[in-house]
Write a protein that binds this ligand. Structure first.
Ligand code: HEC
Length: 211
């Protein structure tokens, strides 16, 4: 994908020998080319990028700091990022962190949402299995993140762990300032109810994850 973007950026700039120059293109030029290609859907381009996508081209402060420090900000900066992550969290009005684990399993399996052809405000999935082992009965999972098998059992099903799990899923940067996990709540990927459901998948005593 990256190569394709760089290559098309160079084509747009009228550069013929893309390979020779690929390394020489500054971030600024690349950013400009990508931004200019970002058009809302129209008659000629019905599948154009969704309007809200353009805002995602701008790195937030958190991303800037994490990119610049290669995910290793100094302690003070890390604490600041974690504090800001915590401040972004919205908590369930009923004070309960555990929803329906069965629905949580569906959300964890579902990789839909925020893709080119998905509706902007349609419900998205969490795609958790892309990075984590969760229910041991599911054999297809990624290993970018740690295994979450028996997660609730390992955390002794405490209310404090329910809360910490909800917070981690809502904004993964609460615990690790430059986390590689998506910020499901803060970035509007999952709703509060959906986050409660995946929290239940990990933390409920009757969830297959803890059998
Ligand atoms: C793109 C990969 C990715 C996706 C998708 C992802 N995670 Fe993670 N997750 C990670 C990584 C990497 C970590 C390790 C710590 C960190 O970087 O934050 C992690 C850590 C966690 C932890 C803390 C584990 C611990 O050590 O206590 C929980 C809980 C968790 N993820 C739940 C989820 C849930 C639930 C979903 C789906 C809604 C999800 N993750 C989706 C990458 C991902």
């Amino acid at each position: 994908m990256k190569k394709i973007i760089i290559a098309s950026a160079l084509v747009a700039l009228g550069v013929s020998s893309s390979l020779a120059l690929a390394e020489g293109v500054s971030d600024k030029v690349l950013q400009k080319v990508i931004s200019s290609s970002w058009k809302n859907p129209n008659k000629d381009n019905p599948e154009g990028a969704k309007p809200d996508w353009a805002s995602r081209l701008n790195q937030g402060d958190l991303q800037k700091i994490c990119s610049k420090t290669r995910n290793q900000p100094d302690k003070k900066t890390a604490a600041k990022l974690e504090k800001a992550a915590k401040a972004s969290i919205k908590y369930p009005e009923d004070g309960k962190f555990l929803g329906d684990w069965k629905n949580g399993e569906k959300i964890a399996q579902n990789g839909k949402g925020l893709r080119y052809n998905d509706k902007v405000d349609g419900p998205a999935g969490g795609n958790c299995y892309a990075c984590h082992q969760i229910d041991k009965a599911e054999l297809a999972y990624g290993t970018i993140g740690p295994s979450l098998a028996e997660y609730g059992k390992l955390h002794e099903f405490t209310e404090a762990a329910n809360k910490a799990t909800y917070e981690k899923i809502y904004n993964s940067h609460v615990a690790i300032s430059c986390s590689n996990m998506p910020r499901f709540g803060t970035m509007g990927i999952l709703s509060i109810e959906q986050i409660k459901d995946v929290t239940a998948l990990l933390m409920s005593k009757d969830s297959p994850v803890n059998k």
